[in-house]
Write a protein that binds this ligand. Sequence first.
Ligand code: U2F
Length: 443
Amino acid sequence: VHRENAQKHIAVFAFPFATHAVPLLALVQKLSESAPDVNFSFFNTAQSNQSMFTKGNGFERIEPRSVENGLPEGFRIGRNPHEPVEYFLKATPGNYRSAVAESGLTFDGLITDAFYWFAKEMAEEMRVPWVPYFTAGPRALLAHVDTDNIRARMGINGPEDETLEFLPGFSAIRSGDLPEGTVSGVDSPFATLLQKMGQMLPHASAVAMNSFEEIDPIVVQALKSRLPNLLNIGPFILKSPPPSSSDIHGCLKWLDQRPMSSVTYIGFGSVITPPPHELKALAEALEECEFPFLWSFRGNVEEMLPEGFLERTKEKGLIVPWVPQLKVLAHPSVGVFVTHCGWNSVNESIIGGVPMICRAFFGEQKLNQRTVEAVWEFGVAIEGGKFTKNGAMEALKLILSSEKGKLMREKIGVLKKLAFEAMDTDGSSTANFNFLVEFITKL
Ligand code: U2F
């Protein structure tokens, strides 16, 4: 078939949990703008698609298509945020295979969340290229690609403080910092998924990721030697910022009235709520330190925070269910970010030039935390890994009112500049994005 000038069609497989599908759709939108001859089918659960395909803009050549979510009938979301993920993974890859078959379409390429190692096999059957998109950072990716190597060197469930001298750029990383499933918790379905991903990625046509080359040059170099066409195209949020209308709680105005670098911003991403005793400890620390704070809080504030806290801190603090985080972190009044170290949050903190206090929970968050603290040195892990009143107070004072804190701000400022340069018209991330556009245009 002579395909020149013909419309091409790419199938996209999104992972419908945490902050995965949003950045993938943002990438597809920008690809679609730059490659008008390409149509996209965005395969994802109906729920996740509904939350994203709300406004007509920019979706002309992107068709949302539903895959089964695998939930048993009558399933109600409980306390464990990982439960729906486990059901979903049981239904995968069958749900994607049947959705593709039901669409009756023929595709010219596959772009998928990198978690979907099975897409390599599907792409082979379809005789099309596979481009996975990894939504976290280069260190996590290297740990996944080298999982078999790391296990061969360190064994499984070994001492947590052993460092990974043998892996480029990892001498400050300890076994206990590695993503779950690398050398511990290796029997879970998710660990298997990550291990297989690491094994399959070297066979992709190109691997895109939401990061920039200059962020971690030694690690990026090691990845380039292991993966074909590694394309760091981020921080992609700079190319595709969220709509500016989203400050419904007036956070930015509130920040306008606070002194420079004085505010503690607290937010734990889209999945996690810290346990009640830790929330209380953090609240007590904020109250005692008297630094102003802005808190993106999921759940019932009155029930989960100490009695009377809201009333006592109403002059100092603003607690809301959602903030425009990118803008908040870019606001000059924000002095520190208390974070779970999700990759998007780390990126946004770098873009804002804001040092971090890290309380990692799951996945690759501990690795991000360790990198922030011991490699980039623009943040601290919370003492003992959990919030206590004293630990939180120490960390807040260190960053907001010590010379060390100032130095951290300078250090993150250096990466901030590199991030903006990478996304500039002649930057590395822009060149990588253009490569991807050309790649899909020539399919
Ligand atoms: C998973 O991370 P999360 O979704 O829990 O957290 P982030 O990667 O930090 O992304 C949260 C996003 O939600 C936005 C914020 C980030 O873009 O700006 N947000 C907001 O705008 N307003 C709010 O009040 C609160 C959040 C996973 F848990 C991590 O381990 C992975 O690194 C990550 C990426 O794969 O996905």
